[in-house]
Design a protein around this ligand. Structure first.
Ligand SMILES: Nc1ncnc2c1ncn2[C@@H]1O[C@H](COP(=O)(O)OP(=O)(O)OP(=O)(O)O)[C@@H](O)[C@H]1O
Ligand SMILES: [Mg+2]
Length: 469
């Protein structure tokens, strides 16, 4: 079921990006004039595909902006001079400390200078992230209305910004979320007239606003199993005979809709490392990037990070070998936790925390199904300080730490090589509860990490007790 060079695209003017041997898309025809959606369940390859799209855009010189809610796109810097800015410093942001008032000058500078931007919204409270995003999308639209420079906006996890059904939200969040949604819709529906292309990645077609999804003419459908989702896609041109194929796609494989007959393809490999856990092995940037960062820092009144990703010397050209310098340890900045209090016995709450991580959020940090899991729970006098102490110790031992999850149910994520640990806290009948879920594809490294964590937990929270299950 292969496809020949796509008629609309091979003859189209301007750059063509190549996602696989048979999936070549004209930037202006497919991304700017029409729009693209990448769909698929957790771990099916959406972010990976978006990563390939970003790399291809960088390769052909088409500027883009990535809305990165998970902190996964900084690895683009291994090969491309993208600017990375965030609400809080992540250790790889060029600039951080963004407040809503920075949104307009930031995007104006980016568009005026044709810079590609990763907007890292993996840090900060949910309210801060959504507020900034709403202002940013509005400003992006308005600046484009004025300047009309072709730009591609890539929104990963778009269902979190434009859900089909209203999810229960704090009032403060829901107001800005509505604004972010409004501007995303505006970009999807009318952005093409002002040069804005849109790529959205969405977990489930049933979860994303129908009116936004409908704007994306081409759909790259990775693995989906839920019958409701498949049914939605039948309305979008997926023949029901392909349901079984869609259910059994491997990561990276996809059915492509909207380019004539549906066909199956495998998205090519990324040229940069994929994922937020991955170390940045070959930091590279353009000779201009240093200057760009300094200029932007001045405009925004922010300090550029002292220990940000290395910016290459003016001699550097394209990808280079890594410099053999260990990255200096940086001070660990931890998010504030809203510790939930429960009127249930600690063992019940500990159980709940583990289940919440395994069933609710596991896909966020364990995208593959071949992972081994273990968990550990304990009682502590003060849960947030125990968690912070543990995170600091892990960080000193070389683990990288970041926060994920929505406000009120935050999880700290510690990762070292292939091991990823989710850590959550709560209060139960006045007692602090700390729960850890460990995952690794290798049983031996899982066991090793578990024993190390037990030692650290005993060390950092001396008066701990076991939360019996
Ligand atoms: N085209 C591909 N080639 C090779 N491996 C891939 C490809 N796409 C995905 N993978 C593998 O699948 C894993 C999960 O992919 P990815 O992170 O893109 O999932 P996702 O759909 O974004 O999941 P989530 O909804 O949890 O964010 C990747 O870490 C990678 O190992
Ligand atoms: Mg993803």
């Amino acid at each position: 079921m292969g496809v020949e060079a796509l008629p609309g695209d091979s003859s189209a003017e301007g750059p063509i990006i190549e996602l696989s041997k048979d999936l070549k898309l004209s930037v202006s025809e497919r991304l700017i004039k029409r729009g693209l959606a990448v769909l698929g369940m957790r771990g099916s390859g959406k972010s990976y595909t978006c990563g390939v799209i970003a790399e291809e855009l960088a390769r052909v010189g088409q500027p883009f902006v990535v809305i990165d809610l998970m902190g996964e796109y900084y690895t683009l810097r291994e090969r491309f001079p993208v600017l990375i800015v965030g609400l809080e410093s992540t250790g790889y942001t060029d600039l951080s400390g963004l407040k809503p008032e920075h949104a307009e000058p930031l995007i104006r500078f980016v568009v005026e200078n044709g810079v590609s931007l990763v907007l890292d919204l993996s840090q900060g409270t949910m309210a801060e992230r959504v507020e900034f995003l709403a202002d940013f999308l509005e400003a992006f639209y308005k600046v484009e209305e004025e300047l009309r420079r072709p730009y591609v906006l890539i929104v990963d996890e778009a269902h979190r910004i434009a859900p089909e059904k209203g999810l229960p939200r704090l009032e403060r969040i829901s107001k800005s979320l509505k604004r972010a949604y409004y501007w995303l819709y505006e970009i999807a529906a009318t952005g093409r007239h002002i040069g804005m292309g849109l790529v959205i990645a969405v977990r489930r077609p049933a979860e994303i606003s129908k009116s936004i999804l409908a704007q994306a003419e081409v759909k790259i459908v990775h693995k989906l199993v839920d019958p409701t989702d498949l049914k939605k896609l039948h309305e979008e041109g997926l023949p029901s005979e392909l349901d079984d194929e869609v259910r059994s796609l491997e990561p990276g494989e996809a059915v492509v809709l909207g380019l004539g007959e549906p066909f199956i393809t495998k998205v090519k490999e990324r040229s940069c490392t994929h994922g937020g856990e991955a170390p940045l092995i070959k930091p590279v940037a353009s000779p201009d990037l240093e200057k760009t960062i300094r200029a932007l820092a001045k405009i925004l009144g922010l300090k550029s990070e002292e220990e940000r990703l290395p910016v290459p010397s003016p001699k550097a050209e394209g990808p280079r070998a890594p410099e053999e310098q260990p990255r200096p340890a940086r001070e660990l900045v931890l998010p504030e936790f809203d510790v939930q209090s429960f009127d249930y016995p600690p063992d019940v709450v500990a159980n709940y925390l583990v289940r919440m991580m395994v069933y609710g959020h596991l896909g966020l940090f364990v995208p593959r199904s071949d992972q081994q899991l273990a968990f550990e729970t304990c009682l502590v006098p003060d849960a947030p300080s125990a968690l912070k102490a543990l995170a600091r110790r892990l960080s000193e031992e070389g683990w990288s730490i970041r926060g994920i999850g929505e406000e009120g149910e935050r999880i700290l994520l510690a990762s070292l090589k292939e091991v990823v640990v989710g850590m959550a806290v709560a209060e139960a009948e006045g007692q602090g509860v700390l729960a850890l879920v460990l995952s690794s594809p290798l049983p031996t490294s899982l066991d090793k990490a578990l024993s190390r964590l037990r030692i650290l937990m005993a060390d950092t929270c001396p008066s701990t007790g076991k939360a019996q299950r």
